[in-house]
Write a protein that binds this ligand. Structure first.
Ligand SMILES: O=C(O)CCC(=O)C(=O)O
Length: 252
């Protein structure tokens, strides 16, 4: 069994103040060894329609190389990640002050040559069609550094509301924002509010940087995971389900 990460009143205060919270060594070395082996296993599981969702990208270093960019919708198909997304509900419930429901989850693989993420708020991706508020938690699987594209977070903008839907932040939005690098080690976790601006750089090193992200809403706002993925399937299905010749555009 995995350890359940704990969160104290001081940390809850810090989360409310900054819009995010880094907890170092939230998972032990043994736990992270398990999580790492699950992520490796997941990447070798056959891609098939109706299972976990695998997305690929072209390497920023060598355009002839195709990489796994991310795998989504994991818990329904993997007992280990089902356990992980379940234990994370407890600290989430402390932040929500009520029970949490899993909304979505993914591992961003950021293999060597994997692209970065433009500055954005997560809710810009149409999330408010499902619930008013979400919190995500990142679990660091491989060390994330300045060189391989660690998270960059902006403090204190979580109460600014949504800048706009379906487009990342622009220069005007960001004129008063300071993006700070948050390098993390395996076992560290970061909670962040769906309005907290964040970004990351590409991975131009020769090793993979995997981060697991699980997003939750308040249970009183419903269980939306199946509906969210059914809706997303129509506009941005996993690569295995794509129609040849049709263009699919990643937004935000
Ligand atoms: O994996 C990363 O580097 C950042 C991920 C991110 O910002 C996102 O998925 O919204």
């Amino acid at each position: 069994m995995l350890t359940t990460p704990t969160i104290n009143e001081e940390q809850i205060k810090q989360f409310k103040q900054d819009g995010f919270l880094l907890i170092k060594n939230a998972f032990s070395a043994d736990d992270i060894k398990k999580i790492e082996s699950w992520a490796t296993e997941l990447a070798t599981m056959p891609e098939k329609s109706g299972a976990h969702w695998v997305f690929h990208e072209t390497s920023q270093i060598d355009p002839d190389i195709e990489l796994i960019s991310r795998i989504e919708k994991i818990s329904p198909f993997h007992n280990g990640f089902a356990e992980l997304s379940d234990v994370l509900k407890q600290p989430m419930a402390k932040l929500f002050k009520e029970k949490a429901a899993l909304f979505k989850e993914k591992i961003n693989f950021k293999m060597p040559g994997g692209d970065g993420f433009k500055p954005h708020q997560d809710s810009q991706a149409g999330w408010q069609d499902y619930a008013d508020y979400f919190i995500s938690v990142m679990v660091c699987i491989d060390e994330a550094t300045l060189e391989n594209g660690c998270l960059q977070m902006v403090s204190g903008f979580q109460n600014s509301g949504l800048f706009r839907e379906w487009e990342p932040l622009n220069d005007d939005d960001m004129k008063n924002m300071e993006f700070i690098n948050y390098p993390t080690k395996p076992g560290d976790i970061v909670f962040f509010d769906c309005y907290t601006p964040h970004a990351s750089e590409p991975n131009l090193t020769d090793s993979t940087r995997r981060l697991y992200f699980a997003t939750y809403n308040k249970l009183s706002e419903g269980d939306h995971l199946e509906k969210y993925y059914a809706d997303k399937f129509k506009s941005y299905p996993p690569d295995i389900d794509r129609v040849t010749g049709k263009e699919y555009v990643f937004r935000v």
